[in-house]
Design a protein around this ligand. Structure first.
Ligand SMILES: *Cc1c(COP(=O)(O)O)cnc(C)c1O
Length: 316
């Protein structure tokens, strides 16, 4: 299992390459939540989401043979861009398996960063199997979006930076898709703020992580119907679940309507574009999904990649 030393090593690898993103606050958000909120703004990270941290950390560890053959991945969006950008920064090839209905902005951005895009049907095909086949055929190294120790360690650097800036916190709220960010954040919290409660936040209609934590094993669900496209996963990863079971206190859910209200809040009050999935943690605080009165609360804003037409339609 990854531990805090892996996060420190990852922080060393991404230093000077990833942005150290700002931690912002808002009195309006504090009043609405009843807590003191510290927003770690990974919407301002390179390529627009925290995923750059894990992808770059994983690729930076490749040996010469791995660099020659290049990197392969599957992703519903931000991990694709993260791999494509990291690969081009390190000077290696990347191929990305994406769902045919992935947001146009994310497909274009992935190609723009130099990634080769390979489409699949997320409702009828198994992307993990396609990934294994291509890895065999091309000799490329597969870096999955969340179920990988180097990815988890890289994602943990965001919470590390947050605690370094705020000191200890009472609660840390983190969005949950496959569990890379939540697992990394929970390891960082255990080391830097041991009394901090770490809470995962999922879409109401995609609460596989919540079910898994309650049942004590990874629960699989059908592809969830939610606007939080970064959390449209059917199950948390095996590495991720091992960490979540050990370090995460609870998992709560929010509705799509609460995500939209949070997107509007960020645009109107904090002048930020945050994508639906990026609002999961904030929505739980702003809508008082759990008791936070008087507490110091860290909120991971995970990303800001949403095309403006979609954004405008959602908040209209
Ligand atoms: C990938 C992603 C998530 C979910 O992260 P996991 O590590 O898969 O849990 C949340 N928000 C954004 C913006 C993402 O890109």
């Amino acid at each position: 299992m990854s531990d805090y030393r892996d996060i420190e090593a990852a922080a060393g690898r991404i230093a000077g390459v990833a942005h150290r993103t700002p931690v912002l606050s808002s009195r309006t958000a504090d009043a609405q939540s009843g807590a003191q909120l510290f927003f770690k703004c990974e919407n301002f990270q390179r390529m627009g989401a925290f995923k750059f941290r894990g992808a770059y950390n994983a690729i930076a560890r490749f040996d010469a043979a791995q660099r020659d053959a290049g990197v392969l991945t599957y992703s519903s969006g931000n991990h694709a861009q993260a791999i494509a950008l990291s690969a081009s920064l390190v000077g290696i090839k990347s191929a990305i398996i994406m769902p045919h209905d992935a947001p146009a902005l994310k497909v274009a951005a992935t190609r723009g960063y130099g990634g080769e895009v390979i489409f699949y049907d997320r409702y009828t095909e198994d992307r993990e199997e396609i990934g294994r086949r291509l890895a065999r055929e091309r000799g490329m190294t597969l870096i999955p979006p969340y179920d990988h120790p180097d990815v988890i360690a890289g994602q943990g650097t965001a919470a590390k930076e947050l605690f370094e800036e705020t000191g200890e916190l009472d609660v840390l709220l983190v969005c949950l898709g496959g569990g890379g960010l939540l697992a990394g954040s929970a390891i960082a919290a255990a080391a830097l703020s041991p009394k901090c409660r770490v809470i995962g936040v999922e879409p109401e209609l995609g609460n596989d992580g919540q079910q898994s934590l309650r049942k004590g094993e990874v629960v699989h669900i059908p592809v969830p119907d939610t606007i939080a496209d970064g959390a449209k996963v059917t199950h948390v990863g095996a590495h991720n679940f091992a960490v979540i079971e050990r370090y995460v206190d609870d998992i709560v859910t929010v509705s799509d309507a609460q995500l939209v209200a949070s997107m509007r809040f960020f645009a109107e009050r904090m002048k930020m574009v945050v994508e639906p999935t990026g609002c999961l943690a904030a929505a739980a605080a702003l809508h008082r999904v759990l008791p936070l009165d008087g507490k110091r609360v860290g909120i991971l804003i995970s990303g800001g990649n949403v095309d403006l037409a979609t954004f405008a339609a959602m908040i209209a």
